[in-house]
Write a protein that binds this ligand. Structure first.
Ligand code: ASP
Ligand code: MG
Length: 420
């Protein structure tokens, strides 16, 4: 017997038929004797609709009321799934965040989970009842209000529930059957990875691969929760119920590095097209200048990703190039304009026609030459690199958006990731 968390995303519960399909996956686990907590997202498109209604009601809306509205999507799914499960003869009960409770911080709209009381849930599970838990939401205890965790937050709810009930595995059911070496829509020879480390998964997520919410991976890593990504669109009776010795048969397991026996130097190629670059020319080169540029951006909650500062040719002026999310580009430009009196004179240019391509792998720690090989391959294709950033297990380059797919394909085969 295993204790299992099964999380189903929006496309997996998009209508009542699909909720029935989800219920069959759950039934398979219960019939095998497993204890099951299910975490659900809102039905596909629902959260977007709720958010747009809130914005329509008022652009400057109250964050607590935003949460009161957008948290409802998950409540609908949880109730519907409990009903379907009951109609199949299973014991099932829905749980909203406040009923468990899942405690959160007061940062409405992007709250963090601060603690879960898992006792009541564990008791019900032990009695053979399926707990259907609303993802994405919790209770902010000081004001006693519902709080949501940020878009994609149901993944994080699932991991937190897995910690609270000491689950053996946290299965994230989605519309893809695992994590791939790169986007299969771009590279048809992309392969499913049987295992990937938490760290690589975090780099993948921050580099544009959107399978899991970043925070869920962080939480899983700190608590050593074994996460598995798998498809809900495989027929429920074509899958074997979870047992501790068959976890590796399907999907992708996100786990500790030392659980991965055979590692490749590079595990995956990620790309992001949602960044924009800003170049500030002829900025005065003196101590404190970077702080004067990036301080105001940080104060405006604008995340800066890659940063390149040139050496000043004349010893007095320098150029600074950096990237921000494309959707905050106008705001970033405004912030910089407003900070001009502090920063001093500069010329500025910006473009959203760029792509960030990242090569990721824990094997890089012990292998030299990965970057050199990458730069050579890109130059052979005539692709110009605008900026470079690295971490211990990742190399990212910024290039012209027009070359993004060529770059991904080139690097995918360069590092031996193409399927035969
Ligand atoms: N329904 C929420 C969203 O669309 C949370 C989630 O699905 O993870 O962002
Ligand atoms: Mg999601």
């Amino acid at each position: 017997m295993a204790v299992v968390v099964m999380k189903f995303g929006g496309t997996s519960v998009a209508d009542v038929d699909r909720i029935r399909n989800v219920a069959r996956h759950v039934k398979r686990e219960v019939d095998a004797g497993n204890q099951v907590a299910v975490v659900v997202s809102a039905m596909a498109g629902t959260t977007n609709q709720l958010v747009s209604w809130v914005r329509e009601a008022s652009v400057l809306h109250d964050a607590r009321e935003y949460d009161a509205v957008v948290a409802t999507g998950e409540q609908v799914t949880a109730g519907l799934l409990a009903i379907v499960l009951q109609s199949m003869g299973l014991q099932a009960r829905s749980w909203q965040g406040w009923q468990i409770p899942i405690h959160t911080s007061a940062a409405h709209g992007s709250a963090r989970i601060s603690g879960i009381e898992g006792g009541a849930l564990r008791e019900r599970l032990a009695q053979g009842e399926v707990a259907v838990v609303t993802g994405f939401q919790g209770l902010e205890p000081d004001r006693n209000r519902v709080a949501t965790l940020g878009r994609g937050g149901s993944d994080t709810s699932a991991v937190a529930i897995a910690v609270a009930i000491k689950a053996d595995v946290c299965d994230i059911y989605t519309d893809v059957d695992g994590v791939y070496t790169t986007d299969p829509r771009i590279v048809s020879k992309a392969q499913r990875l049987p295992k990937i480390s938490y760290e690589e998964m975090l780099e993948m997520a921050s580099s544009g691969s959107k399978v899991l919410q970043t925070r869920s991976v962080e939480l899983a890593m700190t608590n050593h929760v074994r996460l598995r990504v798998l498809s809900s669109f495989v027929a429920p009776d074509k899958m074997r119920a979870v047992s501790l010795d068959n976890l590796e048969d399907i999907g992708t397991i996100v786990c500790d590095e030392d659980e991965i026996m055979e590692t490749h130097i590079v595990s995956g190629i990620a790309y992001a097209k949602d960044e924009a670059k800003i170049t500030m020319l002829k900025v005065e080169d003196k101590p404190g200048i970077a702080a004067r540029i990036f301080g105001p951006l940080a104060d405006a909650s604008i995340n800066v990703d890659m940063i390149v500062q040139n050496v000043a040719a004349d010893g007095r002026h320098t150029d600074m190039t950096f990237t921000v999310q494309a959707n905050v580009l106008p705001r970033a430009l405004e912030v910089l304009k407003a900070a001009k009196s502090d920063i001093g004179n500069f010329d500025i240019s910006a473009s959203a026609d760029i792509a960030k391509i990242s090569v990721i792998g824990i094997g890089m720690r012990s292998h030299a030459g990965v970057a050199a090989k990458m730069f050579k391959a890109l130059s052979d294709k005539g692709i110009n690199i605008i900026a470079i950033s690295t971490s211990e297990i990742k190399i990212s380059v910024l290039i012209d958006a027009a070359y993004a797919e060529l770059a991904v394909r080139t690097l995918h085969s360069l590092y031996g990731l193409d399927a035969d």
